[in-house]
Design a protein around this ligand. Structure first.
Ligand code: DP6
Length: 349
């Protein structure tokens, strides 16, 4: 018998950014963060996990990503997730001796992204969330999404926020063992169904400095970063949760843009400096500012992760103005060679 479970996990885009680890081995963050989970209709990872006594033990566990076999032993993070999931399955098996001993079978994990991998589009977030969820389903684990977030976090920090929908907070926690560093849903997507995200794929290439490496450099060298983690982010977390509860878009948008700018300022303040934004990214920032100025209030917000791609948040009622302006203006930029459909993805958040 082959036991099998499939799942999909969505991408999440942080509005208060995770950047910096207080413990790199356990993957514990310096500060809390908050993200919006995007609709699975647009960006997602599809993962199938299977295990069987007939899979040759000599092959061990295997992982295939976008059709390419991966060296699972080279990824400490993947191994850490598998070890944790297996030990939870062992607990289930020891509580019920009649269950098949899936924990002793080799695992096969096959994962596909429907968007560029490692281009600052949060592929590791959806990837590890889907891996953890697929194996948890295969093993029929009783743990909640918040409990599983502790495992996904070891794969990639931002992945712990992709196990739930809507607006999700990752509480940094204070314990050294990381047991209180967990993601929880602040409100479901249905709380604010008008929220939209427009993704501007400026570049689908792999990013220059991977986020893990970039954040280590920032923590070690940026004086601005200490201020960010200690005095800027905690207040913003409270303020943005309040804005989300009240569905106050201008406050949500203002905090989102400030936090993206502060994160990229910390990157620039690092030694050597890290540049994730490019000319098209900066044009997108100016365009959002112009849209807001013409509207006479904040109707759109930009945010950028560890790459040049922009995510623009806005409400459905201003879709035409925001998405329409982006298509009209950025369509004429140099280096903009793809049809709109390739570069602008309008998704419901
Ligand atoms: C800029 O989750 O990719 O997207 O934990 O080292 O795998 P690791 O980092 P990762 O970092 C994401 C950084 C970010 C901000 C965010 O998603 O909060």
């Amino acid at each position: 018998t082959v036991f099998r479970a499939s799942t999909t996990a969505p991408v999440n885009i942080a509005v208060i950014k995770y950047w910096g680890k207080r413990d790199a081995t356990l993957n514990l963050p310096t500060n809390s963060s908050l993200s919006v989970t995007l609709s699975q209709r647009s960006l997602r990872t599809v993962t199938t996990a299977s295990c069987s006594a007939v899979y040759p033990a000599s092959e061990g566990d295997t992982l295939t990503l976008n059709g390419k076999p991966q060296d699972i032993n080279a990824s400490k993070r993947t191994l850490a997730c598998l070890v944790s999931l297996r030990s939870l399955r062992k607990e289930v098996e020891s509580a019920n001796a009649s269950l098949p001993k899936l924990s002793s079978y080799p695992l096969r994990v096959v994962s596909e992204n429907n968007f560029p991998t490692a281009a600052g589009l949060a592929s590791s977030a959806a990837g590890f969330a889907a891996l953890v969820r697929a194996i948890a389903n295969l093993y029929q684990l009783p743990q909640s999404a918040t409990e599983l977030s502790r495992i996904a976090r070891q794969g990639s920090g931002s992945a712990c926020r992709s196990l739930q929908g809507g607006f999700v907070a990752w509480r940094s926690g204070t314990k050294v063992d990381g047991s209180d560093s967990l993601a929880e849903e602040v409100v479901p997507a249905s709380h604010w169904p008008e929220m939209r995200a427009l993704i501007l794929v400026v570049s689908a290439e792999k990013k220059d400095v991977p986020s893990t490496e970039g954040m280590q450099t920032t923590v070690a060298t940026s004086p601005l970063f200490a201020t960010r983690a200690e005095s800027i982010v905690p207040g913003r977390m409270t303020a943005i949760e309040d804005a989300i509860h009240k569905r106050d878009f201008p406050a949500f948008a203002d905090l989102t843009m400030r936090d993206s700018n502060n994160f990229h300022a910390c990157c620039l303040d690092s030694e050597p400096p890290i540049f994730y934004l490019n000319d098209v990214s900066r044009a997108a920032i100016r365009l959002v500012n112009d849209i807001n100025r013409v509207a006479g209030k904040i109707v759109a917000a930009y945010t950028f992760d560890a790459g040049p791609n922009a995510v623009i948040y806005y409400l459905d009622e201003v879709s035409e103005v925001v998405a329409g302006t982006f298509k009209a203006i950025l369509g004429g930029l140099d280096g903009w060679d793809g049809p709109f459909g390739d570069r602008l993805k309008s998704v419901s958040a």
